[in-house]
Write a protein that binds this ligand. Structure first.
Ligand SMILES: Cc1ncc(COP(=O)(O)O)c(C=O)c1O
Length: 455
């Protein structure tokens, strides 16, 4: 595989496997992208299954975005949000406020998803301190939730694999059961499982004391934890419990925002939830430049501003907050999403994508296919035949095998252990969905053969 090189001489990549540092020959060298495809240094073409990392909404190589970035760089390359405003951030904030539900009208820009989550949590801390509710420090979140890689965002992340020796805040963070029905050890019905999750939430709040709970943070559909679509009514019922206890509800829409499920944001439109804060990132610029942020409700802000501010500042922000070039990229991506009716396209192609993917469940190596819109997970199961290894090692072996075969066939999957995450660019066509699924099927089949199983 001569397009793969040892990158570890000078790079330390996210989630670097430390035991094998410097020995990884399996990372592709990607040099170009166009539409839903990326190309390696040998010119080979790959369909981008994960869509970068859930972020390539309008696809690669958009001249319009490149030109907007270039124009903005020449016009005004930098403006410190600490002391000035610029037209692009005003325009972008106005557009975001229009598509967020209810009175989520005030936009705080950050540099990505982790900084959005971190800043939102810090605003909640500040708000409670200003309001004299200084005991409200506890945070509720879920197993399998992913919220980022800064200290606080990582602390509320509940992915088993990511619990390493990295320090996190533990005393104030409470993990609730992941709403993944198929993982319920008691194999309850969807309704019973949902009842259990809601009772667990109520019970946890009771145990901590509602007056001590700051917020509940939740992705409407858990993404990096393996595309967990919660049971029907779970999001709405959880929100109702949270609000009945005077707790702040943060919807982390870093993945689900900006069209992945066919809506700008899904909290209200799909799940009937009116959050106090919605975080966003990734798709806001279609992955062209780093940008994130959160929208917070007017009613939230009115409780801690003007006469009620008690002289306080929201002393939080970044050198790159609301960077003009990043905002220009976001506006250009937005224009494309609108002009090409991409949200409607997702509503149309999403069900087809899910239905076709579901056919992979016929394969012995596939445990479950789940998803919604243009986000899906194909969870693989290693046959017992891979012997002499721990369960986790077997899953890694299988994930690596499928990845290798798909790559050879021209499809990027890059599994999370044994879960192939699929979130292709939103502009994917019906033919390209077929191509993706046939390559994935062939990759799984080739992995099966290599494992020595008969099909
Ligand atoms: C739901 C969610 N929140 C937050 C983040 C963190 O975003 P970033 O990697 O831009 O810091 C991610 C990243 O995958 C995410 O999926």
């Amino acid at each position: 595989m001569n397009s793969r090189i040892n990158f570890n001489r000078h790079l330390l990549h996210p989630w670097a496997d430390l035991p094998s540092l410097g020995e990884d020959e399996a990372t592709p060298l990607i040099t170009r992208g166009e539409g839903v495809y990326v190309y390696n240094d040998q010119g080979r073409k790959f369909l981008d299954g994960p869509g970068g990392m859930w972020c390539m909404q309008v696809g690669y190589g958009r001249k319009e975005i490149a030109e907007a970035i270039s124009r903005q760089a020449l016009e005004l390359s930098y403006a410190s949000a600490f002391s000035v405003m610029h037209p692009k951030e005003i325009e972008l904030a106005t557009r975001i406020a229009k598509v967020t539900p209810g009175d989520l009208n005030r936009i705080f820009f950050t540099t990505g998803g982790s900084t959005a989550v971190d800043s939102a949590l810090r605003l909640c801390q500040l708000a409670n301190n200003i309001k004299g509710q200084r005991n409200r420090k506890h945070i509720l979140c879920r197993e399998q939730g992913y919220h980022g890689s800064t200290f606080l965002a990582a602390s509320v992340t509940g992915k088993e694999r990511d619990k390493s020796l990295l320090d996190t805040e533990k005393d104030l963070v409470h993990f609730l059961t992941s709403p993944l029905l198929s993982a319920d050890p008691l194999e309850r019905s969807e309704q019973d499982f949902c009842d259990f999750l809601i009772e667990e939430l109520e019970e946890t709040i009771r145990e901590i004391g509602p007056e001590n709970v700051m917020c509940f943070i939740a992705e409407p559909v858990l993404g990096s934890g393996g595309v967990v679509v919660p049971p029907k009514d779970y999001n709405r019922r959880a929100w109702e419990v949270v609000k009945a206890n005077g707790i702040i509800y943060i919807a982390d829409e870093v993945v689900t925002g900006f069209g992945r499920l066919g809506h700008w944001f899904v909290s209200q439109e799909i799940y009937g939830v009116q959050p106090d804060i919605i975080t966003f990132a990734k798709g806001v610029t279609s992955g062209y430049l780093p940008l994130g942020g959160f929208a917070v409700s007017d009613s939230f802000v009115s409780e801690i501003s003007h006469d009620r501010a008690d002289g306080n500042l929201f002393s939080s922000g970044f050198t790159w907050s609301a960077n003009p070039i990043c905002c220009a990229a976001a506006l250009a991506s937005w224009d494309i999403l609108k002009r090409e009716n991409i949200l409607e396209h997702v509503k149309e192609i999403g069900p087809y994508f899910q239905k076709q993917l579901k056919t992979l469940e016929e394969h012995e190596l596939v445990r479950e296919v789940r998803g919604i819109g243009l986000m899906a997970a194909v969870e693989l199961q290693a046959p017992d035949k891979i012997s002499g290894e721990s369960l986790l090692d077997r899953d890694y072996t299988l994930g690596d095998l499928v990845d290798r075969h798909c790559y050879a066939l021209g499809l990027m999957v890059r599994p999370l252990i044994n879960i192939c995450i699929l979130s292709p660019p939103l502009v994917i066509t019906f033919e390209q969905v077929d191509e993706l699924i046939e390559k994935l099927r062939a990759g799984i089949q080739a992995a099966h053969i290599e494992l020595g199983e008969s099909y």
